[in-house]
Design a protein around this ligand. Structure first.
Ligand SMILES: Cc1cc2nc3c(=O)[nH]c(=O)nc-3n(C[C@H](O)[C@H](O)[C@H](O)COP(=O)(O)OP(=O)(O)OC[C@H]3O[C@@H](n4cnc5c(N)ncnc54)[C@H](O)[C@@H]3O)c2cc1C
Length: 357
């Protein structure tokens, strides 16, 4: 039983089902995200995959990112071959925001090139040709391009996992889980409808922020802080010439395939959106990147979502809490990137334990 229907739950269900396990996924939005619901991080995500430009080059976080990036490449090919293509833009361009940041990016370039990774430095003249000119001279030093990072469409990815999973026998139950109960062998999962609880040998809890409340009665304290993000889709008057998404000071600028631009996301602790933050986000991006049109571009769509940030523990929370109970939550800002490695970790726990028996 997989609880949740965000990118992590769907990737895990799909992988388990594909490996021959019988999987049921339970969540209120099991059949697809509710456009009115602002609580699901995955439906709001921009889908930027920052693995090779990650600041550290060792340790758990680095290895999870590398594993995930490589799995995304394999899985996109596999799903596309079965009729579920996931739109992907290859490459990421990181622009520095001050002299210190330029130094940091240059260092990163050297380190990653030493590892044989395809990163390169794009000079200011190249950026200017692409319509990107950092107007503050101290940062007008070019930018770091990573060829293998990129951006995928999270909604298309979730749809692909769901549809391909269904084709292989995945069961979807549209219900909110209200309780988990230990059984002599396995678990009872209680839904909000009051219908008879469902039993399962294994429970994978991937319910984002709601995971905390479902674990607390079992004695597992895993505090998760909501961090809200707001995004905009802007109309563009002329085609964008950047060949890939641009990241600047934590802001993502993602050109849309058919025209338009996604701009986001804010970092707002709590779950209340502050509309005042959208204006400065546009102005800052427009001013600093020399894209004046950004400030006045018409808004096609705006949306928001919540991220689950673990308190006192590193993100993400991938834990085998007790026999038959796995926690996959707290992915904070990188759940789309880390979904494949998280799913693989869950499969290893379950299959490793079956082998031990
Ligand atoms: C604006 C924004 C932009 C982002 N951009 C990026 C990005 O560019 N790249 C990236 O890698 N990450 C990005 N993220 C982060 C990413 O979205 C999250 O890390 C990821 O979505 C977490 O996925 P999840 O499946 O764990 O949780 P969620 O997507 O939050 O899903 C939780 C699921 O649990 C279900 N659920 C809740 N309560 C219950 C219950 N009681 N019973 C059953 N089911 C329940 C919900 O309905 C939902 O289906 C962004 C996030 C936001 C908000």
């Amino acid at each position: 039983m997989v609880i949740g229907a965000g990118i992590v739950a769907l990737a895990t269900s799909w992988l388990l089902q594909g490996r021959g396990h019988r999987v049921r996924l339970i969540a209120p939005d099991a059949h697809g995200p509710d456009p009115q619901d602002c609580g699901n991080g995955s439906a709001a995500a921009l889908g930027v995959l920052m693995a090779q430009v990650f600041q550290r080059s060792r340790g758990r976080a680095w290895h999870l990112r590398q594993a995930s990036l490589s799995l995304w490449t394999q899985w996109r090919q596999q799903l596309s071959g079965r009729g579920w293509p996931i739109p992907f833009q290859a490459g990421l361009l990181l622009l520095p925001h001050d002299i210190g940041d330029t130094k940091r990016l240059r260092q990163l370039l050297e380190e990653r090139q030493a590892l044989g990774l395809p990163l390169s430095w794009w000079e200011p003249s190249r950026l200017q040709e692409l319509g990107l000119s950092l107007v503050e001279t101290e940062t007008n030093a070019g930018g770091l391009h990573s060829a293998q990072d990129g951006q995928l469409d999270p909604l298309a990815a979730m749809d692909a996992f769901r549809r391909d999973g269904l084709r292989q026998g995945l069961e979807l139950l549209s219900e909110r889980v209200v309780g988990l109960e230990r059984q002599p062998a396995g678990w009872r999962v209680q839904g909000c409808s009051g219908a008879q609880a469902i039993t399962a040998d294994w429970v994978v809890l991937a319910a984002g922020l709601a995971s905390e409340g479902l674990l607390a009665p079992l004695g597992h304290q895993r505090p998760l802080q909501p961090v809200l993000g707001q995004c905009l889709e802007l109309a563009t008057s002329a085609p964008i010439r950047w060949p890939c998404p641009v990241v600047w000071q934590g802001l993502n600028l993602v050109p849309r395939p058919g025209g338009g631009l996604w701009l986001g996301a804010t970092l707002e602790p709590g779950d209340q959106a502050d509309p005042e933050l959208l204006g400065p986000m546009r102005q800052l991006a427009g001013r600093v990147l020399g894209c004046d049109w950004l400030r006045d571009a018409a808004v096609i769509r705006r949306w928001q979502g919540l991220r689950a940030r673990p308190l006192g523990r590193p993100a993400p929370l991938l834990e085998h809490l007790e026999p038959g109970l796995l926690l996959l939550s707290g992915h904070y800002r990188n759940g789309v990137l880390l979904a494949p490695a998280s799913a693989q970790w869950a499969v290893e726990q379950i299959e490793g334990s079956l082998t031990c028996r």
